[in-house]
Design a protein around this ligand. Structure first.
Ligand SMILES: [Zn+2]
Length: 182
């Protein structure tokens, strides 16, 4: 194939966009294989540009190590299907756990990860962007995904990944990950 992308007609381009959407919607999170990037709200857009497709992703928080893997996955998938494209990382508006679909939250729970709570203090809006300074904040009440008990305790602020905190349920004694809200 030669680089004739810029000569492609607009109908060809929109066919590529729908093809790419159909493929990319299947991509799952590298760390949580039960939910797709689309359901998590990480995959934002697929659009045609003069130089090929642009796949817009927004990281769950800046510096999330999974983003490199996600970019590789997107590129590999597009290439495997003969699509030309590149990943565009969009940082604004910042990702929020509100973008996560209800279906994704159900799947997280079924997978043993407590889904994020909706941000309790709305009104501050964009001010709640990624802050590690929140460490000293009051502990949240997190329901155990196994038994639903609220009698849980945070054992590590950074769990299996920096996006999650490690909790333990004091009712059923099971440890679990809590996907921290942003
Ligand atoms: Zn429990």
């Amino acid at each position: 194939m030669t680089s004739t992308a810029s000569l492609a007609s607009s109908s060809e381009r929109s066919a590529d966009v729908s093809h790419a959407w159909a493929l990319l919607e299947q991509l799952t999170d590298p760390e949580i294989p039960v939910v797709t990037l689309r359901e998590l709200g990480i995959l934002r857009d697929v659009r045609a540009s003069a130089t090929g497709l642009e796949v817009v992703i927004t990281p769950t928080y800046s510096g999330c190590p999974a983003m490199g893997q996600i970019e590789d996955d997107v590129n590999a998938l597009l290439q495997a299907h003969g699509l030309q494209g590149r990943v565009v990382t969009q940082l604004a508006p910042a990702w929020t756990t509100d973008w996560m679909s209800e279906a994704a939250k159900d799947k997280l729970r079924a997978y043993g990860i407590a889904p994020p709570h909706a941000c309790a203090s709305s009104g501050t809006g964009a001010a709640s962007v990624v802050q590690f300074a929140a460490r000293g904040a009051k502990p949240e009440v997190v329901n155990c995904p196994q038994c639903g008990s609220t009698n849980t305790t945070e054992t590590s602020h950074f769990g299996s990944t920096a996006c999650k905190a490690l909790y333990r349920c004091l009712a059923c004694m099971e440890p679990f990950d809590y996907f921290k809200p942003y």
